[in-house]
Design a protein around this ligand. Structure first.
Ligand code: SAH
Length: 403
């Protein structure tokens, strides 16, 4: 699979909602010259409700315009301002002149024999990320990426092995959900709906906090995807300070990639542990669920043959997880070329699960889905066409000179 350069990819900056709103206000105050002086349109996929209201008030419009536009985008799948018939002609003209609704581009789509769908989503600047839809009997889970690559370098993860390229914008994150929702509307997928979103694709979502939060708000927002709080999950390798900030910013479920019950081993598997060791992380988890009814933390634990899959690891985990409302999800390791790890044998995974269950910790084993299309955990690699700022600059110059 090769990412091809994106045709017609006009530059849309990966600006924060605040920057974009500030720009909108700037545009509005110089309304008469707006068309001439605003070369970079604002991508409205970057705004959750507050950002969108701020944008429209910047245009001198009433806040209800934000609600109308959100409904067009997310309920009706409309991205052409001319089709937003309850907006005035003047406002539609203004939006055409100053704004765009530009999600990523679908470079390709693969459907697995088991119904799992994987998209390669093209981003501005020649990057791409992967998004996966996993249909089950009673739910449809979309696995969304938050960064191109990842800086955390977990030793068993293929995304980590590729290094970090850049953060995704809110538009690029929510755009994955929007595009998947559009694609799944297609008959071929049996009308499967997205009922759950997990931020478990490429990247560490809490290291891209400012762009991830509005995207999570849109997943939860009734005017957009309207998913319930426990149906949106942020998965983190354990960025402790941001766990507390997440709790304040938006009401979503938390999953923590634990992978080891001892610091020495976890330092090796998840180097972030050197900064935020297990006891500090567990305290942050306890604080996250405190005072919230029927909430639990899901701990993810990738089963690595002979590394973290022994009964002693399970017994220590029991002691740790008993202290807070928690569930454990065992993930059979998905090998990738060049890795030094192997998948734990089934009987060992079952024994591990048995020890946990016996001690009252709800423990599931993640089924590997979409194996034939490389859609499993840790196999989402996307494509890197370009890594250095310098060559990006050259590329942009080339694009400019060829237009
Ligand atoms: N940065 C986030 C999201 C990462 S991906 C986090 O760390 O939680 C989601 C899960 O897949 C994480 O638990 C991650 O550790 C796990 N994972 C990564 N590579 C894997 C592999 N090769 N096999 C199995 N699980 C893997």
């Amino acid at each position: 699979m090769n990412a091809r350069p994106l045709a017609n990819a006009a530059p849309v900056s990966a600006e924060s909602p605040e920057q974009a709103s500030a720009k909108a206000i700037e545009i509005a105050t110089s309304a008469t010259t707006a068309e001439a002086s605003n070369p970079t349109p604002v991508n409205l996929f970057n705004f959750s409700l507050p950002g969108m209201e701020q944008y429209f008030s910047g245009l001198g419009e009433k806040p209800f315009r934000a609600r109308q536009v959100l409904k067009w985008i997310y309920h009706h799948g409309i991205t052409d301002f001319n089709e937003m018939t309850n907006l005035s002609a003047k406002l539609r003209d203004q939006l055409n002149a100053n704004a765009v609704l530009r999600p990523p581009t679908v470079i390709n789509e693969h459907t697995s024999a088991d119904g799992t769908v994987k998209w390669l989503m093209g981003l501005e600047g020649g990057n791409a990320v992967e998004t996966v839809f996993i249909p089950e009997a009673k739910r449809g889970t979309l696995c969304v990426s938050s960064q191109v690559g990842c800086s955390l370098n977990c030793s068993f993860c293929s995304t980590g092995a590729q290094g970090f390229n850049r953060n995704l914008s809110t538009a690029e994150i929510i755009g994955q959900v929007w595009l998947a929702a559009q694609a799944l509307g297609h008959e071929r997928h049996g009308g499967q709906r997205i009922t759950n979103v997990v931020m478990m694709g490429m990247g560490e979502p809490l290291l891209n906090f400012d762009a991830v939060i509005p995207a999570l708000q849109l997943m939860r927002e009734d005017l957009a995807f309207g998913l319930a709080n426990r149906r949106v999950t942020v998965s983190t390798a354990g960025l402790v300070p941001k766990i507390a900030e997440l709790r304040e910013a938006v009401d979503v479920a938390l999953a923590v990639s634990l992978h080891a019950p001892f610091d020495e081993l976890r330092n090796e598997l998840v180097p972030l542990n050197k900064k935020y060791p297990i006891d500090v992380l567990m305290k942050a988890c306890a604080d996250y669920v405190r005072g919230r009814n029927k909430r639990h933390i899901t701990f993810e634990y990738t089963m690595l043959d002979g590394v973290n899959d022994q009964p002693e690891h399970a017994r220590k985990l029991v002691k740790m997880l008993r202290r807070l409302p928690s569930k454990l999800n065992l993930i059979p390791f998905n090998p990738f070329p060049g890795t030094k790890y192997n998948t734990s044998p089934w009987d060992r995974i079952e024994e591990f699960q048995r020890i946990m269950q016996h001690s009252g910790i709800i423990t599931t084993v993640r089924k590997t889905r979409g194996d034939d299309i490389d859609a499993a955990c840790g196999q989402l690699v996307g494509q890197f066409m370009d890594r250095t700022r310098r060559s990006q600059r050259i590329k942009m110059q080339q694009e400019r000179s060829s237009t």
